[in-house]
Design a protein around this ligand. Structure first.
Ligand code: HEC
Length: 202
């Protein structure tokens, strides 16, 4: 004998399962294509060396207090106005980089005879690896000439802005910005002001 209950529940459950799957898919798609989070980069800027895969991987999926986050929850950049306008952290990172890092790593992350091009290093370095190197430094003991990346763990001018440095260099590595001197930027978020005050102890 056929049970009426099986006849009804099977298709209903299948339909429910399908509905759930498509609802999730649509939701993920929405997050990715949110126009407010999309980058608008200057495709004509040859100095940016655009990397479509990395632009996709590092795309922001949400924003919290002016800080953009990628799908893994790590900080990321947000470039708008045809490459002219930077989110606050990328802009701050640009300034910090040119104050603390460029003497060895060259302007715009281009590298020097002494230290590697960070616009290339950040193509593969993860957030955790980057912060680890910043805190503890790095030394190639096999190199004929001793080249040392200093440890910045005790340097507040660097460590209080580690996320800023990271997102600026990720933007360079992805080709979201070229060798530009940014002037337009998003407003400094309240969260950034608070963090700076607490971190710098001023
Ligand atoms: C005194 C020179 C000097 C300064 C200043 C300096 N670095 Fe370095 N950095 C180096 C050298 C040299 C290396 C290569 C070390 C090695 O691989 O052995 C390096 C390596 C790195 C690496 C690893 C790159 C890779 O491909 O593995 C990162 C990331 C990095 N530096 C970030 C920074 C940041 C961010 C700043 C600024 C806050 C900075 N560095 C300031 C000299 C410097």
């Amino acid at each position: 004998m056929l049970h009426l209950s099986t006849l009804i529940t099977r298709p209903v459950l299948a339909a429910l399962a399908l509905a759930t799957v498509s609802a999730v898919a649509v939701h993920a798609e929405d997050a990715k294509s949110d126009p407010a989070l999309a980058n608008s980069i200057n495709k004509d800027d040859k100095t940016s060396e655009s990397e479509p895969e990395l632009l996709k991987k590092n795309a922001a999926v949400k924003v919290e207090d002016g800080k953009y986050l990628d799908a893994e929850g790590h900080p990321t950049f947000h470039i708008t106005d045809n490459g002219k306008k930077l989110d606050w952290y990328s802009y701050s990172g640009y300034r910090r980089y040119h104050a603390e890092c460029h003497v060895c790593h060259g302007p715009d992350g281009m590298g020097s005879t002494y230290a590697p091009a960070l616009k290339d290093s950040l193509k593969h370095l993860s957030y955790e690896e980057f912060i680890g190197i910043l805190v503890g430094g790095k030394q190639d003991i096999n190199a004929a000439e001793q080249k040392v990346m200093p440890a910045f763990g005790d340097n507040k001018n660097v460590m209080c802005y580690s996320d800023d440095l990271y997102v600026y260099l990720k933007a360079r590595a992805s080709g979201a910005i070229g060798r530009v001197r940014p002037n337009e930027k998003e407003d400094k978020p309240e969260a950034a002001k608070k963090h700076e005050k607490e971190c710098m102890g001023s």
